[in-house]
Design a protein around this ligand. Structure first.
Ligand code: XUL
Ligand code: CO
Length: 438
């Protein structure tokens, strides 16, 4: 049975196509630098936003028209799997991602939940035998159910800590079975509402204990996917412990966990933390910890985590700049942690939205690659820091200078020759590349 009968396989038709259900810029086979667009971009479909989300928001009921809306329970879960693999095939999506609760309904106990999960994972495993779509990552939802009211691994309730551990144990087993390339930890409710009732030290020690147990169990069962932490500063808690990449690195290093984790960076989480998307990517990259990306965008006028499909070409260009400089995303990918707007309720909007996101990142890839090939920013930056290539600068970078030597160097200096940073000129150059890359 076809769930998306009005849609056939999405094809690349080029920049002048007027067909809404065609790629204008994403041409999977096109070679950019040393690999294809498909290999660079490694797009993923988020199960929760695409097959589970019904349009509910704090002010209104679900309104999405979905061909599976009449079903319930396990029948609904099975229909969603069928629809998902039809969607992946038609979109030519190389990857997908899910939370445990997205794919199967929860039972009264974890034993019952796991039984439901096993049945659906069997089905997904069967589909994956013939589908080219692979699992980028899975994760455990440890924030929706009321038991997680005070958090999961940072809950004040040890039974909830245990329940969370058991959920991740199952998640790692599922990841291994389905050949997941990564396993994601998003902090959910790992944070606090008020310090008045919070033992922050214990909560963070427990979170580290939890991560260590996950590392140990993955090793025990032979799961070799990459572990990823997804920073977010707030929502749903007022303060989340994985605030941003820098905070995450400090946490991982304090507990000697840094060799086992990289970061899954979400654009809208970066802006919530008061950073740009490219800032978070850069911090992870220069620390060798850029793992994967949740590709979306926020709305600057709203400010919260709106999870929109990414269409801002300036942002996708600067993001792809970091990703190319990183040598690609390795096992990671660009997962569309993005939902169609509530007003975009037709099933076909799911395709329109993914096409918009994929085309936007394809443009970003092409423009960023050109900027790098032409060494536009590299040469400017190399020249800007040239004072470190000789004389006192070289002594500083080679560890040959100390405070006394440096004092001697400047004690009688009258003039400091600074040059313009020319940021406006560089922004205009990026614009020029954006407008002429195609
Ligand atoms: C929440 C969020 C999650 C994670 C996975 O803001 O981004 O969907 O990506 O739990
Ligand atoms: Co996310």
């Amino acid at each position: 049975m076809a769930y998306f009968e009005n849609v056939s396989k999405i094809q690349y038709e080029g920049p002048t196509s007027k067909n809404a259900l065609a790629f204008k810029f994403y041409n999977p086979e096109e070679i950019i630098g040393d690999r294809t667009m498909e290999e660079w971009l490694r797009f993923g479909v988020a199960y929760w936003h695409t097959f589970t989300y019904d349009g509910t928001d704090p002010f209104g009921h679900g309104n999405m028209i979905r061909p599976w809306n009449h079903l319930k329970g396990m029948e609904l879960a099975k229909a969603r799997v069928e629809a998902a693999f039809e969607f992946f095939e038609k979109l030519n999506a190389p990857f997908f991602c899910f939370h445990d609760v997205d794919i199967a309904p929860e039972g009264e106990t974890l034993r019952e939940t796991n039984k439901n999960l096993d049945e659906i994972v069997d089905m997904i495993e069967d589909y994956m035998k013939t589908s080219k779509t692979k699992l980028l990552w899975n994760t455990a939802n440890m924030f929706t159910h009321p038991r997680f009211v005070h958090g999961a691994a940072t809950s004040c309730n040890a039974d909830v800590f245990a329940f969370s551990a058991a959920k991740v144990k199952k998640g790692l087993e599922v990841a291994k079975r389905l050949g997941a390339e990564n396993y994601v930890f998003w902090g959910g409710r790992e944070g606090y509402e008020s310090l008045l009732n919070t033992d922050m030290g214990l909560e963070q020690d427990n979170l580290a204990r939890f991560f260590q147990m996950a590392v140990d169990y993955a090793k025990e069962i032979g799961f070799s996917g990459q572990f990823l932490i997804e920073p977010k500063p707030k929502e749903p808690t007022k303060h989340q412990y994985d605030f941003d990449v820098a905070t995450g690195i400090a946490f991982l290093k304090k507990y000697d966990l840094d060799p086992y984790f990289k970061f899954n960076i979400e654009a809208n989480h970066a802006t919530l933390a008061g950073h740009t998307f490219e800032h978070e990517l850069r911090v992870a990259r220069i620390n060798g910890m850029l793992g994967s990306v949740d590709a979306n965008q926020g709305d600057p006028l709203l400010g919260w985590d709106t999870d929109e499909f990414p269409t801002d070409l300036y942002a996708t260009t600067l993001a792809m700049y970091e990703i190319i400089k990183n040598g690609g995303l390795g096992k990671g990918g660009l997962n569309f942690d993005a939902k169609v707007r509530r007003g975009s309720f037709e099933p076909e909007d799911l395709f329109r939205a993914h096409i918009a996101g994929m085309d936007s990142f394809a443009v970003g890839l092409k423009v960023a690659n050109k900027l790098i090939e032409d060494r536009v920013l590299d040469d400017f930056i190399a020249n800007r820091y040239r004072s470190y290539n000789e004389g006192i600068g070289k002594d500083i970078t080679q560890g040959k200078a100390d405070f006394k030597v440096l004092e001697e160097h400047v004690l009688d200096m009258k003039e400091f020759k600074n040059e313009s940073g020319r940021v406006e000129e560089l922004r205009a150059l990026v614009n020029q590349y954006l407008l002429t890359a195609f």
